[in-house]
Structure formats: C-alpha cells, structure tokens
Write a protein that binds this ligand. Structure first.
Ligand SMILES: Cc1cc2nc3c(=O)[nH]c(=O)nc-3n(C[C@H](O)[C@H](O)[C@H](O)COP(=O)(O)OP(=O)(O)OC[C@H]3O[C@@H](n4cnc5c(N)ncnc54)[C@H](O)[C@@H]3O)c2cc1C
Length: 264
C-alpha cells in the first residue's frame, strides 16, 4: 500500500466479495507495459465485458479472505483496470498494466510472476457501440490502449477509424489489436517531455472536419479529457451525444475513481 493511503473501510452496500485468482503468465509487451494473464476458479462466472469495461483488482496485504472470526475486516486496497481479453474456455483473463512510476498497481505489475495471487471483481460498465456507426475517432493515452484495442475489435466492418494514441516514447508503439488492421497516429511525449494529454489536445485541434455522426471516444488523463471534450463541444460543434469521455487518472490522485465521465 502507498505511504499515504489507508485501507478502505468495509463497504456499506453488500457487494459480492472479490474472487481469488493467480498469475498464469507475465509478458513484457513493451518497456512500459506488462501483460498479466490471471487464472483460477475465481474466474468462474466472470462475464464477457463490453469494450472499455472496467474491473477491480485488489491487492491483499496479507492472507485473504481474513481468517474465520475476524469480522468487518477492511477490503484490501483496489485499483481499476480493463479486462482486455477473457477466454472463458481456458479460464484466462488478460490485463495490460502501464508502468507509470510509483503506484501500488504499477509496482505490483513490474514485479509480477507466475503464481502470484490477486483478487478480482467485475467486470462492469463499458461502451455500447452505437448501431450503424460509420466513423469513430479514438483519443487515448497509455492507460486506455487496452480499452481502445477492445473497441476496434468490436466495431462493425468498414467503420472508419482515426486513432490518436499518446505514449511515453516511440518504444511503446504496438498494435492495438492482433486481429484488426488499424494504424494509430502515435504521439510520443518523449524526448520533448510533453505534459500528459497535451499532445492529444493538439492533435484533436489539428484534425480535419469529421463526417457527420462521427463518434468520439476520448479516454485519458482527466484534465486533458475535459479540455478536449470542451473544445469539441464548443469549438467544433460536436453533439454531446457523440462524445464518450472518461478520465482514467489524474496527477497526484491515488486510486482514481472509475466513474469520471467528465459531465461536470
Ligand atoms: C475504467 C478504468 C480503466 C483503466 N484501465 C487501465 C488499464 O487497462 N491499464 C492501465 O495501465 N491503467 C488503467 N487505468 C488507469 C489506472 O487505474 C491508474 O493509472 C491507476 O492510478 C494505477 O494505479 P497505481 O496503484 O499504479 O497508481 P496510484 O497509487 O493510483 O497513483 C500513484 C501516483 O501515480 C499517478 N499515476 C497514476 N496513473 C498514472 C499514469 N498513467 N501516468 C502517470 N502518473 C500516474 C497518480 O496520479 C499518483 O500520483 C484505468 C482506469 C480506469 C478508471
């Protein structure tokens, strides 16, 4: 647990307890991304997720569930991640962790090895791709590349895709999906050291006019998401109904909430 973080109090509403899983494999996809596959009986009943759905990972500081007789034990600290791929037949759940520096989940992923234990809950939420969509602009940073991969895999054939992907540096470029041909425009923050989200803001402002009815899926650092959303609504006249926005993290905030849709 991070130095200034306290364990969450017991939940008020009775939620199903998180389920135990174990690390089956670990793959360093790029220097800054670790793909972890989880397996175990805890995945029985895990649902196929909508693109961009989320799940919770719990990091037990000790034995969990607590020994019999220990009442109201606080849940272990959790973080929100994307269930990138779930193979029910093989009982494998893949999660891709961006290694962003110091953080409970990022640190855990950097050291993960087969056999390590974890608790999972979910999945929930996600993006319902509008029926008849013919064009989409995807605007994401490193944390939302897994979700963007789920979206391109779920789009109808022939749908036009513009994908703007901000990454730490050029070594982070990778296919959004092994199955779908999509050529993102990569926006590396380094070596210039650009502020997170600023390259996405500039790239969106530079885009030519998009066809009517274009859907926008904008998921990145929370402040940048709001600036892009406001720019598109006020300067480009994009209808709110076509804007799907979500903040995935914010500088200085631990365990950023999973429901920041930028509606404030
Ligand atoms: C719905 C949803 C789905 C998500 N899916 C994924 C996913 O599939 N893969 C993924 O890697 N992330 C994903 N995220 C983002 C992830 O939850 C956050 O980055 C989270 O803060 C990481 O937890 P941590 O314990 O490593 O850092 P925390 O302990 O939460 O934060 C520690 C410090 O690191 C900073 N920080 C957090 N993330 C970043 C970052 N990306 N870059 C720079 N600084 C950062 C925080 O502001 C804080 O100062 C998702 C978030 C949401 C809301």
């Amino acid at each position: 647990m991070s130095m200034n973080e306290v364990a969450a109090p017991p939940p008020k509403k009775k939620r199903p307890p998180p389920k135990p899983v174990a690390v089956a494999s670990v793959e360093r996809v790029t220097p800054g991304v670790v793909r972890v596959a989880f397996t175990g009986e805890g995945l029985a009943g895990f649902a196929q997720a909508k693109p961009g759905a989320h799940m919770k990972l719990f990091f037990p500081p000790g034995p969990w569930p607590p020994p019999e007789g220990v009442e109201n034990a606080p849940r272990p600290p959790s973080r929100t991640y994307t269930p990138r791929r779930f193979d029910a037949a093989r009982s494998l759940l893949e999660v891709e962790f961006a290694l962003h520096g110091a953080g409970l989940a990022s640190d855990w992923a950097a050291r993960a090895k087969p056999g390590d234990s974890m608790l999972v809950a979910g999945p929930g939420g996600g993006y319902s791709i509008p029926e008849g969509v013919t064009n989409i602009v995807i605007v994401v940073d490193d944390t939302a590349l897994p979700a963007a991969g789920m979206i391109v895999e779920a789009l109808p054939a022939g749908c036009g895709v513009v994908a703007l992907c901000e990454i730490e540096n050029a070594a982070e470029e990778r296919p959004l999906s092994p199955n779908v041909n999509c050529s993102p425009r990569w926006l590396p923050r380094m070596p210039a050291g650009a502020r997170a989200g600023s390259l996405l803001e500039a790239a969106v402002a530079d885009l030519p006019a998009q066809p009517e009815g274009t859907q926008w899926w904008i998921v990145c650092e929370a402040g940048a998401m709001r600036r892009i959303r406001d720019f598109l609504a006020t300067q480009r006249g994009v209808e709110r109904a076509c804007l799907h926005t979500r903040g995935y993290w914010k500088p200085g905030d631990l365990n950023y909430p999973d429901h920041d849709y930028g509606n404030d």
